[in-house]
Design a protein around this ligand. Structure first.
Ligand code: UDP
Length: 332
């Protein structure tokens, strides 16, 4: 029986991953460490499993006498306004967090890390294979996130090379869906929250920049297959995403139509906004041939809308805070 630690387990992706882990029968204890910076207790409050333990702490400071068979490192903000506001804290959560988590891994244990498609920066190659080195600015306003993901990958791959660490790294592409914070500030959650509160949908720039939007269930299914279900020697990094690339404007227009024609307004682009993003899934198809993204963005956006509708007792103060965070970073 295994002891498992999920850092960032009260977050959007982390909480969905915990739900999947708790379906396993070979786990005796699952500990979540989360400081509730971007994570929320509401994301895990449905879990009644006696194997589940929640520790509120920065991952870097986690104190425990347990040692773990599997560690999942998802402790990081992922939304630009959040990580741009607290870059030092973002770097620390990813990188110093990884150092702390390595200390808590049993000898021979498995370390799984969620990196990001942000390691490709503003890519000049499309779709992006894992071998693409990316176009990232290490002094730019997105660097706290991009470079800490890159550096944490370096740390872990070097631990694998020099000490044989059992390692798996994924690079998810623009994941959205239920349990995103209403004030997260990312495209789909903003559009849906705006539409549901009767505010105009904010498209940054001309909206022709594109992303590959991955519905959370599809992405978590990919994580589970790669991290523990499928037997594979491939240590990653592994792109996990939906390879249907759609412009931001198209998503905004879709949400607007669904909600009876909510107006769209154009606002200045955030700094260094990537123009495109699309995963090359050759390796994913090899490692998990039975996996593919089953949920179209139209279906996924509708599901997200339904979830937000249930949740939408969003306090106005949270939304106002989200707007001010965005304005604070827009000029950088
Ligand atoms: N975006 C937008 N309006 C919003 C939020 C985001 O037009 O209210 C754009 C953003 O400029 C980017 C894309 O949507 O081009 C995806 O942004 P998000 O923050 O979701 O993810 P990331 O920039 O990390 O890919």
């Amino acid at each position: 029986m295994k002891k498992v630690l999920v850092a960032g387990g009260a977050g959007f992706l982390g909480s969905h991953l915990c739900d999947r882990l708790l379906n396993r029968t070979d786990i005796e204890k699952l500990v979540v460490v989360d400081n509730l910076w971007t994570g929320r207790e509401a994301n895990i409050s449905h879990i009644q499993d006696p194997r589940f333990h929640f520790v509120r702490s920065d991952v870097e400071e986690l104190q425990t006498s347990d040692r773990f068979d599997e560690v999942y490192h998802l402790a990081s903000p992922a939304s630009p306004p959040w990580y741009m506001k607290e870059p030092k804290r973002t770097i620390s959560a990813n990188l110093i967090g990884a150092f702390r988590l390595l200390d808590l891994l049993k000898k021979g244990g498995r370390f799984c890390f969620t990196s990001s498609s942000e390691v490709y920066g503003d890519p000049l190659v499309s779709p992006q294979p894992e071998s693409y080195k990316g176009q990232v600015d290490c002094t730019g306003p997105r660097s706290s996130y991009d470079e800490s993901k890159r550096c944490t990958e370096s740390l872990l791959f070097e631990m694998q090379r020099t000490q044989g660490l059992d390692l798996k790294i994924v690079r998810p592409f623009n994941v959205y869906g239920p349990r995103t914070r209403p004030d997260d500030g990312r495209a789909v959650s903003n559009f849906v929250a705006q539409a549901l509160t009767g505010r105009p949908i904010t498209v940054f720039g001309d909206g022709l920049q594109s992303r590959s939007w991955g519905y959370v269930d599809d992405i978590i299914d990919g994580f589970a297959r790669y991290f523990w279900i499928n037997e594979t020697d491939y240590r990653g990094p592994l792109n996990v995403g939906n390879d249907r690339e759609i412009s931001v404007l198209e998503v905004a227009q879709y949400v607007s139509r669904l909600m009876g024609g909510i107006p769209i307004v154009f606002e200045p682009s955030p700094p260094h906004d990537p123009t495109n993003r699309r995963p090359d899934l050759t390796n994913a198809n090899y490692v998990m041939p039975e996996w593919s993204c089953a949920i179209s963005y139209e279906e996924g956006v509708e599901k997200t809308l339904d979830w937000f509708r249930q949740e939408m007792k969003i306090p106005a103060a949270e939304l106002a805070q989200a707007d001010s965070r965005r304005l604070a970073t827009a000029g950088r």
